[in-house]
Ligand binder design. Structure first.
Ligand code: NAX
Length: 333
């Protein structure tokens, strides 16, 4: 069997952390033949809770789990990791200004990026989950210039999976029969879930475009988009807590596809550095449809973009430009 790989989860004592670490220990992140050593980071006041998670991981006797580091020391957490799942962050609380929250996250990401650059594996692959995920990923790159841009991503796979789920439910097929939706832009309510290039395999085994299978453009251009954009808020309303199970599962899908590839003819959505494709300003972390192979991603090129999509893709880019400007102003202060 392969040598164990060290995987970092920050914010590991939180909700997503609690749902994510067992999936990693079961092989859902790196595969069923890849032993792992879990590095779990959280802040000092959460150490009892983190130790409790460590105890439960031991009690679960996962065959692939070869070691656990549970710590509030960023350097210890970052040392030697090949994959970093950045879940920890400062949540926006009632009455807080956006700039204040961003300021707290900039200092968190500065410290963690600096440690990753210095102590992580040179080819560490990073996925930022903590909000504002796209901009936190940009901040991370700012303070870890030595980590290749291609290795720094943010999570929009949950939005992608939510879109697949909505289409599957509407058409009445298992979710595996739906593919190639795309999430463009920010992991926020301005994101654009795009079905124009997606495919559904009907229960009779016939492949149709999503538009043909759904046969309701009004729903696809209206309610569907809103439901996906606001799904996080809808979950909070019902559960009283934000999405955790689905977010953890999406992290595993993101990393697993990134490292092990996407099946032929299928793409997924990832927040990655824009190279200017589709007229998206270069240098933003923007969600694109991507294919992956041998640990590398490529933006899917050549998709036709109509005026409706263009306007939505530009609106979410504009929000990211604004967020970036805010983060830049904090970084310069
Ligand atoms: P929780 O508040 O349950 O957990 C966050 C954890 O981070 C806490 O244990 C906290 O102590 C820890 N933390 C805070 N500062 C830290 C630091 N400096 N170093 C290490 N740990 C630190 O939140 P949870 O529900 O787990 O959500 C985590 C993040 O994911 C939030 O920012 C949330 O907004 C974001 N989400 C992103 C999603 C995405 O698709 N990109 C979807 C789900 C989720 O909303």
């Amino acid at each position: 069997m392969a040598e164990p790989v060290k995987v970092l989860v920050t914010g590991a004592a939180g909700q997503i952390g609690y749902a994510l670490v067992p999936l990693i220990a079961r092989g859902h992140l790196l595969g069923p033949d890849q032993p792992v050593i879990l590095h779990m980071l959280d802040i000092a006041p959460c150490m009892d809770s983190l130790k409790g998670v460590e105890m439960e991981l031991l009690d679960a006797a996962y065959p692939l789990l070869r070691g656990i580091v549970a710590t509030s020391d960023v350097v210890e957490a970052a040392t030697g990791v090949k994959v970093a799942c950045m879940v920890g962050g400062f949540p926006r609380k009632a009455g807080m200004e956006r700039k204040e929250v961003m300021g707290k996250n900039v200092s968190i990401y500065k410290e963690q990026a600096t440690a990753l650059e210095k102590y992580a594996d040179k080819d560490v692959k990073v996925v930022v989950i903590a909000n504002p995920a796209n901009t936190n990923a940009l901040v991370l790159k700012e303070y870890a210039p030595g980590i290749p841009s291609k290795n720094i991503t943010c999570l929009t796979r949950l939005d992608h999976n939510r879109a697949l789920g909505q289409i599957a439910q509407r058409v009445g097929v298992p979710v595996i029969n739906v593919k190639n939706v795309a999430i463009w832009g920010n992991h926020s309510s301005t994101q654009y879930p795009d079905v124009n290039h997606g495919v559904v395999k009907t229960t009779e085994g016939v492949e149709k475009s999503i538009r043909e299978a759904v046969a309701d453009d009004e729903w696809l251009n209206g309610e569907f988009i809103k439901v996906v954009q606001q799904r996080g808020a809808a979950i909070i309303k019902m559960r009283k807590f934000s999405s955790a199970l689905s977010a953890a599962s999406a992290v595993c899908d993101h990393v697993s596809n990134w490292i092990r590839g996407t099946p032929a003819g299928t793409w997924v959505s990832m927040g990655v550095f824009s190279d200017g494709s589709y007229g998206v300003p270069a240098g933003l972390i923007y969600s694109f449809p991507v294919t992956t192979k041998n640990g590398d991603w490529e933006i899917v090129q050549g998709l036709p973009i109509d005026d409706f999509s263009r306007a939505k893709m530009d609106a979410t880019a504009a929000e990211l430009v604004e967020e970036k400007a805010l983060a830049d102003s904090i970084i310069k202060e």
